[in-house]
Design a binder for this molecule. Structure first.
Ligand SMILES: Cc1cc2nc3c(=O)[nH]c(=O)nc-3n(C[C@H](O)[C@H](O)[C@H](O)COP(=O)(O)OP(=O)(O)OC[C@H]3O[C@@H](n4cnc5c(N)ncnc54)[C@H](O)[C@@H]3O)c2cc1C
Length: 405
C-alpha cells in the first residue's frame, strides 16, 4: 500500500481507535500501533461514560461493552450529606473497558485500519523539522515507518508528547494516582447512580467512587492528588472499605475480583497539541476533566476530530502546524471553556476545607453540580449568603470572580 496519504496512530485506546475511524472516514490510510498485544488489557478505569456529548453521536458506544445503565449520581460531602441527581432516562453507562476498547479497535480495523500490536514507538522520524514517521521496536527489531501525519494517542505517559516537546513532564500535583477494585457481592443503595465520596479523610484532593456494574458487582476506586498524600491510594481505599459507614452498609460482603492501578492527568489540556506533522489527543493531550477525571468521551470526540483533520491535511499535502491547527480550533470550541473553568474550580475546591464542603452540600442541588462541573453559571449565591458562613461566602466571592455564580 502507498504511504502517500497515511496517518499513523500511536495507541489503540478510545482516543486512538476514534482517530483511526475519523481518518478512515475522511479517506486516509491508517496504521494503528500499540505496545500492547491485547487491546483493552489491563483495565485502568472506573468505566463510566456519558451517553451523549458533542459529536458522540458519530462514534457510538459499543453495545457489547455496556454493563449497567446510569441516570446520574449521588455525591456525599465529608459529613455524609448526600445530593442526588437523576435524569428520567438513561444518561450514561458503566461499560466493561476490556470489551469497550477492543470493540472500538475492531471497528477501526473493520473500517480498513492496518494494525501493529506488540510494537513500541521509541522515536520520531523528521525531515526539515517536520515529523514524517516513527521508529518502532517490534519483535526485537528496530523499524522505521513513514507517515504524512503521526497522531500521539498514547495516554498519560505519552512518548509522542515528550518526543515532540509538547509536554516534557508533569508536576506531582498535575497527576491523580488511582487504585480500584472490581467487586462482587455488593449490596448497593442505588444501582443506576454513580456514588462519589469527598473529604480529606477518605480521599485527599480527590474522591472515592462506587460505580454499579450490574449483577451485584461494582467498580470501587479512589483517585488522590499527587504529591501530598501520606498514604498510598490503595491504603486509603482499603481503610474506607474497612471503616467507613457507607462501605459497611453497601460493601461489607463484597469480594475483590480484580484490581486496577493507574494515573490521571488533572491539569487540563497542553498549551498546544500540534507540531509540524504530528498532533496529540486523549490523555496525551490532557483531555481529561480536571474534577471528574473522566476522559473517555473527550478522547473519542477529540479523536474523531483529530483523525478527520489529519486525513484532510495529509490529502492536501499540507501538514504544517498552521494547517493541523484546525484540530486545536475545533476541539477547543467544544471543550476549551469547560476545561478552563473546571480547572479553576478544581483549584478552589482543593483549598476548601471539609466543613465548608459540608455547607456547600447544604445549598447545592444535583443540577447545580452538573452545571458547575461543566463550567456553567449557577444560582446559589443568595442561598450561600443566607447561611452567614464566612468561609462559604468567601468561596462564593471567588466563584463570582470566575462568573460561576
Ligand atoms: C483508575 C482510573 C479510572 C478512570 N475512570 C474513568 C471513568 O470512569 N470514566 C472516564 O471517562 N475516564 C476514566 N478514566 C480516564 C480514562 O481511562 C482515560 O481518559 C482514557 O483511557 C484515555 O484514553 P486514551 O486513548 O487517550 O489513552 P489510553 O486508554 O491510556 O490508551 C493509550 C494506549 O497507548 C498505548 N501506548 C502508550 N505508549 C505507547 C508507545 N510508546 N508505543 C505504542 N503504544 C503505546 C498504550 O498501550 C495504550 O493502549 C480513568 C482513569 C484511571 C487511571
Amino acid at each position: 500500500m502507498s504511504d502517500d496519504n497515511r496517518v499513523i496512530v500511536v495507541g489503540a485506546g478510545p482516543a486512538g481507535s476514534s482517530v483511526a475511524l475519523g481518518a478512515l472516514r475522511a479517506g486516509s490510510d491508517v496504521t494503528i500501533i500499540d505496545r500492547k498485544t491485547n487491546v483493552g488489557i489491563p483495565v485502568q478505569c472506573g468505566e463510566a461514560i456519558g451517553k451523549t456529548g458533542p459529536g458522540l453521536a458519530e462514534i457510538e458506544i459499543p453495545e457489547e461493552s455496556i454493563r449497567a445503565p446510569l441516570r446520574g449520581f449521588r455525591v456525599y460531602s465529608p459529613g455524609l450529606l448526600s445530593v442526588d441527581y437523576a435524569e428520567k432516562e438513561t444518561s450514561g453507562y458503566i461499560v466493561d473497558r476490556r470489551v469497550f476498547d477492543k470493540e472500538l479497535f475492531v471497528r477501526a480495523t473493520e473500517a480498513g485500519a492496518d494494525s501493529l500490536l506488540g510494537a513500541r514507538v521509541i522515536d520520531l522520524v523528521r525531515f526539515n523539522g517536520t515529523v514524517t514517521g516513527v521508529i518502532i521496536r517490534h519483535e526485537g527489531q528496530r523499524k522505521t515507518m513513514k507517515a504524512n501525519v503521526v497522531v500521539g494517542a498514547d495516554g498519560v505517559n505519552s512518548q509522542i508528547a515528550r518526543l515532540t516537546g509538547l509536554r516534557n513532564s508533569y508536576k506531582p500535583s498535575d497527576i491523580d494516582s488511582c487504585f480500584a477494585y472490581e467487586m462482587s457481592n455488593c449490596n448497593l443503595d442505588v444501582t443506576d447512580l454513580m456514588q462519589f465520596l469527598l473529604g480529606s479523610e477518605v480521599s485527599p484532593r480527590g474522591y472515592i467512587w462506587i460505580f454499579p456494574k450490574g449483577n451485584n458487582r461494582a467498580n470501587v476506586g479512589i483517585g488522590i492528588g499527587g504529591g501530598i498524600e501520606t498514604k498510598t491510594a490503595k491504603e486509603y481505599l482499603d481503610h474506607f472499605l474497612q471503616n467507613h459507614d457507607v462501605a459497611k452498609k453497601q460493601l461489607s460482603k463484597a469480594r475483590v475480583i480484580e484490581t486496577r492501578v493507574g494515573a490521571l492527568p488533572v491539569c487540563g489540556p497542553n498549551k498546544t497539541n500540534v507540531v509540524d506533522g504530528a498532533l496529540l489527543v486523549g490523555d496525551a493531550a490532557g483531555h481529561v476533566h480536571p474534577i471528574t477525571g473522566g476522559g473517555m468521551g473527550y478522547a473519542m470526540v477529540c479523536g474523531n476530530i483529530a483523525g478527520r483533520v489529519a486525513a484532510e491535511c495529509s490529502a492536501k499535502g499540507k501538514v504544517g502546524s498552521s494547517h493541523l491547527q484546525q484540530y486545536e480550533k475545533e476541539w477547543r470550541k467544544l471543550y476549551g471553556a469547560e476545561f478552563d473553568q473546571s480547572l479553576k474550580l478544581r483549584e478552589l475546591l482543593l483549598q476548601t476545607d471539609d466543613a465548608t464542603l459540608d455547607k456547600l452540600g447544604e445549598i447545592v442541588t444535583g443540577e447545580s453540580i452538573v452545571k458547575m462541573t461543566a463550567g456553567k453559571k449557577v444560582k446559589i449565591f443568595m442561598r450561600a449568603m443566607a447561611t452567614r458562613d464566612r468561609k462559604l461566602i468567601a468561596l462564593m466571592q471567588e466563584l463570582r470572580k470566575l462568573r460561576m455564580v
